[in-house]
Write a protein that binds this ligand. Structure first.
Ligand code: DOR
Ligand code: ZN
Length: 346
Protein backbone atom coordinates (compact mmCIF):
# COMPACT_ATOMS: atom_id res chain seq x y z
CA UNK A 1 0.00 0.00 0.00
CA UNK A 2 1.31 3.46 -0.89
CA UNK A 3 2.37 5.26 2.32
CA UNK A 4 3.42 8.66 1.01
CA UNK A 5 2.73 10.63 -2.12
CA UNK A 6 4.32 13.75 -3.46
CA UNK A 7 2.52 16.04 -5.86
CA UNK A 8 3.04 19.44 -7.43
CA UNK A 9 1.61 21.96 -4.95
CA UNK A 10 -2.12 22.20 -5.70
CA UNK A 11 -4.37 25.26 -6.06
CA UNK A 12 -7.93 25.74 -4.84
CA UNK A 13 -10.04 26.98 -7.76
CA UNK A 14 -13.05 27.94 -5.59
CA UNK A 15 -12.68 29.36 -2.09
CA UNK A 16 -14.64 31.58 0.32
CA UNK A 17 -12.23 33.45 2.60
CA UNK A 18 -14.67 36.01 4.05
CA UNK A 19 -13.00 39.13 5.48
CA UNK A 20 -11.59 40.77 8.61
CA UNK A 21 -10.82 38.64 11.67
CA UNK A 22 -12.74 35.66 10.22
CA UNK A 23 -10.47 35.65 7.18
CA UNK A 24 -7.37 35.90 9.35
CA UNK A 25 -8.56 32.76 11.19
CA UNK A 26 -9.13 30.56 8.14
CA UNK A 27 -6.44 31.73 5.70
CA UNK A 28 -3.56 29.67 7.23
CA UNK A 29 -5.50 26.46 6.56
CA UNK A 30 -5.42 27.24 2.86
CA UNK A 31 -1.85 28.57 2.65
CA UNK A 32 -0.56 25.40 4.36
CA UNK A 33 -1.42 23.33 1.29
CA UNK A 34 -2.37 25.52 -1.69
CA UNK A 35 -0.18 27.93 -3.65
CA UNK A 36 -3.10 29.89 -5.11
CA UNK A 37 -6.86 30.11 -4.79
CA UNK A 38 -9.71 31.67 -6.72
CA UNK A 39 -11.34 33.95 -4.14
CA UNK A 40 -15.12 34.22 -4.18
CA UNK A 41 -16.52 37.79 -4.17
CA UNK A 42 -19.74 37.21 -2.18
CA UNK A 43 -18.84 39.52 0.68
CA UNK A 44 -21.29 42.01 2.17
CA UNK A 45 -21.37 44.22 0.14
CA UNK A 46 -20.27 42.07 -2.82
CA UNK A 47 -16.99 42.75 -4.62
CA UNK A 48 -18.34 44.25 -7.84
CA UNK A 49 -15.66 46.78 -8.77
CA UNK A 50 -11.93 46.60 -9.48
CA UNK A 51 -10.83 48.93 -6.62
CA UNK A 52 -12.77 46.80 -4.13
CA UNK A 53 -11.06 43.64 -5.39
CA UNK A 54 -7.68 45.37 -5.17
CA UNK A 55 -8.29 46.37 -1.55
CA UNK A 56 -9.61 42.89 -0.67
CA UNK A 57 -6.56 41.30 -2.27
CA UNK A 58 -4.28 43.54 -0.23
CA UNK A 59 -6.07 42.54 2.99
CA UNK A 60 -5.59 38.87 2.09
CA UNK A 61 -1.90 39.37 1.29
CA UNK A 62 -1.40 41.19 4.60
CA UNK A 63 -3.14 38.36 6.51
CA UNK A 64 -0.88 35.59 5.17
CA UNK A 65 1.13 33.75 7.81
CA UNK A 66 4.77 34.81 7.68
CA UNK A 67 6.68 33.01 4.97
CA UNK A 68 3.58 31.94 3.03
CA UNK A 69 3.86 32.70 -0.68
CA UNK A 70 0.14 32.14 -1.29
CA UNK A 71 -1.35 34.13 -4.17
CA UNK A 72 -5.03 35.10 -4.11
CA UNK A 73 -6.61 35.09 -7.57
CA UNK A 74 -9.41 37.61 -7.39
CA UNK A 75 -12.86 37.56 -8.98
CA UNK A 76 -15.60 40.13 -9.41
CA UNK A 77 -19.27 39.57 -8.68
CA UNK A 78 -21.35 39.87 -11.86
CA UNK A 79 -24.57 41.87 -11.55
CA UNK A 80 -27.26 43.03 -13.97
CA UNK A 81 -25.31 46.29 -14.19
CA UNK A 82 -21.73 45.11 -14.77
CA UNK A 83 -20.50 47.11 -17.76
CA UNK A 84 -18.16 46.09 -20.56
CA UNK A 85 -15.84 48.85 -19.27
CA UNK A 86 -15.63 47.12 -15.88
CA UNK A 87 -14.73 43.85 -17.61
CA UNK A 88 -11.95 45.57 -19.57
CA UNK A 89 -10.66 47.21 -16.41
CA UNK A 90 -10.76 43.87 -14.55
CA UNK A 91 -8.95 42.07 -17.34
CA UNK A 92 -6.27 44.77 -17.53
CA UNK A 93 -5.73 44.68 -13.74
CA UNK A 94 -3.66 41.51 -13.91
CA UNK A 95 -5.03 40.27 -10.56
CA UNK A 96 -8.66 39.61 -11.49
CA UNK A 97 -8.98 36.23 -13.15
CA UNK A 98 -12.71 35.64 -13.55
CA UNK A 99 -16.25 36.89 -13.03
CA UNK A 100 -18.65 35.07 -10.69
CA UNK A 101 -22.27 34.56 -11.70
CA UNK A 102 -24.78 33.99 -8.90
CA UNK A 103 -28.41 33.80 -9.92
CA UNK A 104 -30.07 36.29 -7.53
CA UNK A 105 -31.19 34.50 -4.37
CA UNK A 106 -29.44 31.19 -5.18
CA UNK A 107 -27.26 31.09 -2.07
CA UNK A 108 -25.39 33.01 0.66
CA UNK A 109 -25.06 36.73 -0.15
CA UNK A 110 -26.41 36.37 -3.67
CA UNK A 111 -29.10 39.04 -3.46
CA UNK A 112 -27.13 41.31 -5.79
CA UNK A 113 -26.79 38.50 -8.32
CA UNK A 114 -28.17 38.30 -11.82
CA UNK A 115 -31.95 38.70 -12.14
CA UNK A 116 -32.09 38.83 -15.93
CA UNK A 117 -29.58 36.98 -18.07
CA UNK A 118 -29.94 39.34 -21.06
CA UNK A 119 -28.75 42.26 -18.94
CA UNK A 120 -25.36 40.57 -18.55
CA UNK A 121 -24.82 40.19 -22.30
CA UNK A 122 -22.62 43.31 -22.74
CA UNK A 123 -20.36 41.98 -19.97
CA UNK A 124 -20.36 38.43 -21.38
CA UNK A 125 -19.51 39.77 -24.82
CA UNK A 126 -16.51 41.67 -23.43
CA UNK A 127 -15.44 38.58 -21.45
CA UNK A 128 -15.62 36.42 -24.57
CA UNK A 129 -13.43 38.89 -26.46
CA UNK A 130 -10.89 39.06 -23.61
CA UNK A 131 -10.91 35.34 -22.76
CA UNK A 132 -12.02 35.98 -19.17
CA UNK A 133 -13.73 32.97 -17.56
CA UNK A 134 -17.28 33.08 -16.20
CA UNK A 135 -17.66 31.06 -12.98
CA UNK A 136 -21.19 29.79 -12.55
CA UNK A 137 -23.19 28.98 -9.49
CA UNK A 138 -25.18 26.62 -11.68
CA UNK A 139 -28.57 26.42 -10.01
CA UNK A 140 -31.90 27.88 -11.06
CA UNK A 141 -33.91 29.76 -8.44
CA UNK A 142 -37.28 29.30 -10.16
CA UNK A 143 -40.02 28.68 -7.61
CA UNK A 144 -41.29 25.15 -7.90
CA UNK A 145 -38.05 23.54 -9.07
CA UNK A 146 -37.05 20.92 -6.52
CA UNK A 147 -33.83 21.71 -4.62
CA UNK A 148 -32.31 18.44 -5.87
CA UNK A 149 -33.06 19.36 -9.52
CA UNK A 150 -31.82 22.94 -9.56
CA UNK A 151 -28.44 22.14 -11.09
CA UNK A 152 -29.72 19.83 -13.83
CA UNK A 153 -32.40 22.38 -14.81
CA UNK A 154 -29.79 25.17 -14.91
CA UNK A 155 -27.75 23.24 -17.50
CA UNK A 156 -30.75 22.89 -19.80
CA UNK A 157 -32.02 26.44 -19.44
CA UNK A 158 -29.68 29.25 -18.34
CA UNK A 159 -26.42 27.63 -19.38
CA UNK A 160 -27.93 26.59 -22.70
CA UNK A 161 -28.81 30.23 -23.38
CA UNK A 162 -25.39 31.50 -22.32
CA UNK A 163 -23.56 29.03 -24.52
CA UNK A 164 -25.85 29.55 -27.52
CA UNK A 165 -25.17 33.29 -27.42
CA UNK A 166 -21.49 33.02 -26.47
CA UNK A 167 -20.14 29.67 -27.67
CA UNK A 168 -16.53 30.82 -27.24
CA UNK A 169 -17.00 32.15 -23.68
CA UNK A 170 -14.80 30.30 -21.17
CA UNK A 171 -17.08 28.87 -18.52
CA UNK A 172 -16.47 26.98 -15.26
CA UNK A 173 -19.48 25.24 -13.77
CA UNK A 174 -18.54 25.47 -10.11
CA UNK A 175 -19.00 22.68 -7.58
CA UNK A 176 -20.85 20.24 -9.84
CA UNK A 177 -22.94 17.74 -7.92
CA UNK A 178 -24.89 15.58 -10.37
CA UNK A 179 -24.32 12.87 -12.94
CA UNK A 180 -26.11 15.14 -15.44
CA UNK A 181 -23.45 17.83 -14.90
CA UNK A 182 -20.66 15.27 -15.30
CA UNK A 183 -22.12 14.10 -18.62
CA UNK A 184 -22.66 17.69 -19.76
CA UNK A 185 -19.10 18.80 -19.00
CA UNK A 186 -17.48 15.66 -20.36
CA UNK A 187 -19.21 16.20 -23.71
CA UNK A 188 -18.42 19.94 -23.82
CA UNK A 189 -15.51 21.58 -25.68
CA UNK A 190 -12.34 22.66 -23.87
CA UNK A 191 -13.68 26.15 -23.06
CA UNK A 192 -16.03 24.55 -20.50
CA UNK A 193 -14.64 23.23 -17.22
CA UNK A 194 -15.96 22.23 -13.80
CA UNK A 195 -14.73 22.20 -10.23
CA UNK A 196 -15.57 19.41 -7.80
CA UNK A 197 -15.51 19.68 -4.00
CA UNK A 198 -14.11 17.08 -1.61
CA UNK A 199 -17.40 16.85 0.24
CA UNK A 200 -19.35 16.01 -2.90
CA UNK A 201 -16.78 13.26 -3.63
CA UNK A 202 -17.08 11.80 -0.12
CA UNK A 203 -20.73 12.18 0.88
CA UNK A 204 -24.23 11.79 -0.46
CA UNK A 205 -27.41 13.41 0.84
CA UNK A 206 -27.88 10.76 3.54
CA UNK A 207 -25.11 12.55 5.45
CA UNK A 208 -27.43 15.51 6.05
CA UNK A 209 -29.96 13.29 7.82
CA UNK A 210 -27.82 10.65 9.57
CA UNK A 211 -29.69 10.05 12.83
CA UNK A 212 -31.03 13.63 12.83
CA UNK A 213 -30.49 16.89 10.98
CA UNK A 214 -26.78 17.61 10.48
CA UNK A 215 -26.41 21.27 9.53
CA UNK A 216 -22.68 21.06 8.89
CA UNK A 217 -23.39 18.92 5.82
CA UNK A 218 -25.78 21.47 4.39
CA UNK A 219 -24.33 23.37 1.44
CA UNK A 220 -25.48 24.61 -1.94
CA UNK A 221 -25.68 22.94 -4.33
CA UNK A 222 -26.94 20.38 -1.82
CA UNK A 223 -25.39 16.90 -1.57
CA UNK A 224 -27.09 14.54 -4.02
CA UNK A 225 -27.69 10.80 -4.49
CA UNK A 226 -25.06 8.06 -4.27
CA UNK A 227 -25.20 7.59 -8.06
CA UNK A 228 -24.28 11.26 -8.43
CA UNK A 229 -21.39 10.95 -5.99
CA UNK A 230 -20.08 7.95 -7.93
CA UNK A 231 -20.26 9.89 -11.20
CA UNK A 232 -18.30 12.76 -9.61
CA UNK A 233 -15.61 10.38 -8.32
CA UNK A 234 -15.36 8.83 -11.76
CA UNK A 235 -15.00 12.28 -13.36
CA UNK A 236 -12.41 13.57 -10.87
CA UNK A 237 -10.27 10.44 -11.13
CA UNK A 238 -10.62 9.98 -14.90
CA UNK A 239 -7.77 12.27 -15.96
CA UNK A 240 -10.23 14.31 -18.05
CA UNK A 241 -8.87 17.91 -18.08
CA UNK A 242 -12.40 19.40 -17.87
CA UNK A 243 -12.46 18.61 -14.13
CA UNK A 244 -10.36 20.26 -11.41
CA UNK A 245 -10.17 20.91 -7.68
CA UNK A 246 -12.28 23.59 -6.01
CA UNK A 247 -13.08 23.12 -2.33
CA UNK A 248 -15.96 25.63 -2.04
CA UNK A 249 -14.85 25.76 1.58
CA UNK A 250 -17.43 28.19 3.02
CA UNK A 251 -17.02 28.98 6.72
CA UNK A 252 -19.99 30.12 8.79
CA UNK A 253 -19.98 30.80 12.52
CA UNK A 254 -21.27 27.79 14.40
CA UNK A 255 -24.33 29.73 15.64
CA UNK A 256 -25.47 30.55 12.13
CA UNK A 257 -25.31 26.87 11.12
CA UNK A 258 -26.80 25.32 14.28
CA UNK A 259 -30.07 27.24 14.35
CA UNK A 260 -33.61 27.24 12.99
CA UNK A 261 -32.60 28.53 9.54
CA UNK A 262 -28.94 27.65 9.12
CA UNK A 263 -26.65 28.99 6.42
CA UNK A 264 -25.37 26.86 3.56
CA UNK A 265 -21.69 25.99 3.53
CA UNK A 266 -19.23 23.24 4.43
CA UNK A 267 -15.88 24.20 5.94
CA UNK A 268 -13.19 21.95 4.48
CA UNK A 269 -10.01 24.04 4.19
CA UNK A 270 -8.47 22.61 7.37
CA UNK A 271 -7.98 19.22 5.65
CA UNK A 272 -8.79 19.83 2.00
CA UNK A 273 -6.04 17.99 0.16
CA UNK A 274 -6.22 15.19 2.73
CA UNK A 275 -9.94 14.74 2.06
CA UNK A 276 -9.38 14.67 -1.70
CA UNK A 277 -6.57 12.12 -1.18
CA UNK A 278 -8.97 9.96 0.79
CA UNK A 279 -11.59 10.11 -1.97
CA UNK A 280 -9.02 9.20 -4.64
CA UNK A 281 -7.46 6.48 -2.47
CA UNK A 282 -10.88 4.88 -1.90
CA UNK A 283 -11.05 4.02 -5.62
CA UNK A 284 -7.34 3.24 -6.05
CA UNK A 285 -6.68 6.42 -8.01
CA UNK A 286 -4.03 8.25 -5.96
CA UNK A 287 -1.90 8.41 -9.08
CA UNK A 288 -4.54 10.73 -10.63
CA UNK A 289 -4.67 13.18 -7.72
CA UNK A 290 -1.94 15.44 -9.06
CA UNK A 291 -3.48 16.05 -12.48
CA UNK A 292 -6.85 16.91 -10.90
CA UNK A 293 -5.45 19.00 -8.02
CA UNK A 294 -2.42 20.66 -9.61
CA UNK A 295 -2.51 20.60 -13.43
CA UNK A 296 -6.02 20.91 -14.88
CA UNK A 297 -6.85 24.14 -13.02
CA UNK A 298 -3.84 26.22 -14.07
CA UNK A 299 -4.11 24.80 -17.59
CA UNK A 300 -7.73 25.97 -17.84
CA UNK A 301 -6.91 29.42 -16.42
CA UNK A 302 -3.83 29.75 -18.68
CA UNK A 303 -1.56 30.12 -15.65
CA UNK A 304 1.73 28.31 -15.05
CA UNK A 305 1.67 25.11 -13.02
CA UNK A 306 3.31 25.44 -9.60
CA UNK A 307 6.97 24.50 -9.24
CA UNK A 308 6.94 23.51 -5.57
CA UNK A 309 5.90 20.11 -4.21
CA UNK A 310 3.62 18.89 -1.44
CA UNK A 311 3.96 15.59 0.43
CA UNK A 312 1.18 13.59 2.02
CA UNK A 313 1.51 10.54 4.24
CA UNK A 314 -0.94 7.84 5.12
CA UNK A 315 -1.51 8.55 8.82
CA UNK A 316 -4.61 8.63 10.96
CA UNK A 317 -5.26 11.85 12.84
CA UNK A 318 -8.26 13.42 14.44
CA UNK A 319 -9.71 16.62 13.04
CA UNK A 320 -10.32 19.25 15.73
CA UNK A 321 -13.94 19.66 16.87
CA UNK A 322 -13.81 23.40 16.20
CA UNK A 323 -11.53 26.16 14.98
CA UNK A 324 -11.63 29.77 16.03
CA UNK A 325 -13.33 32.08 13.53
CA UNK A 326 -12.82 35.71 14.44
CA UNK A 327 -14.56 36.09 17.78
CA UNK A 328 -16.63 32.92 17.24
CA UNK A 329 -15.90 29.37 16.07
CA UNK A 330 -16.49 27.08 13.11
CA UNK A 331 -17.21 23.38 13.00
CA UNK A 332 -15.15 21.80 10.22
CA UNK A 333 -15.98 18.82 8.05
CA UNK A 334 -15.11 15.58 9.94
CA UNK A 335 -15.06 17.49 13.25
CA UNK A 336 -13.60 15.19 15.92
CA UNK A 337 -13.42 12.32 13.43
CA UNK A 338 -10.48 10.46 11.96
CA UNK A 339 -8.77 11.46 8.72
CA UNK A 340 -6.68 8.99 6.72
CA UNK A 341 -4.05 11.24 5.14
CA UNK A 342 -1.88 14.01 6.49
CA UNK A 343 -0.10 16.74 4.63
CA UNK A 344 3.57 17.12 5.68
CA UNK A 345 5.27 20.41 6.23
CA UNK A 346 7.44 21.28 3.21
O1 DOR B 1 -22.93 26.28 0.44
C1 DOR B 1 -22.58 27.34 -0.04
N1 DOR B 1 -21.99 28.32 0.68
N2 DOR B 1 -22.81 27.56 -1.34
C2 DOR B 1 -22.58 28.74 -1.91
O2 DOR B 1 -22.82 28.88 -3.07
C3 DOR B 1 -22.13 29.91 -1.10
C4 DOR B 1 -21.40 29.45 0.08
C5 DOR B 1 -21.18 30.56 1.07
O3 DOR B 1 -20.72 31.64 0.69
O4 DOR B 1 -21.43 30.34 2.25
ZN1 ZN C 1 -18.93 28.79 -3.35
Amino acid sequence: MVQTIEITTPDDWHLHLRDGAAMVSVLPHTTRQFARAIIMPNLVPPVTAVPQAKAYRERILAARPSGAKFEPLMTLYLTDNTSAATIREASASGFIHAMKYYPAGATTNSDAGVTNLERTFPALEAMTALGMPLLLHGEVTTQGVDIFDREAVFLDTELGRIRRHFPKLRVVIEHITTKEAVQYVRAAPANVGATITAHHLLYNRNAIFQGGVRPHYYCLPILKREEDRLALVQAATSGDPHFFLGTDSAPHARGSKECACGHAGVYASHAAIELYAEAFDAVGALDRLETFASFHGPDFYHLPRNQSRLRLERAKWQAPATFSFGTTEIVPLRAGEVLQWRCLAP
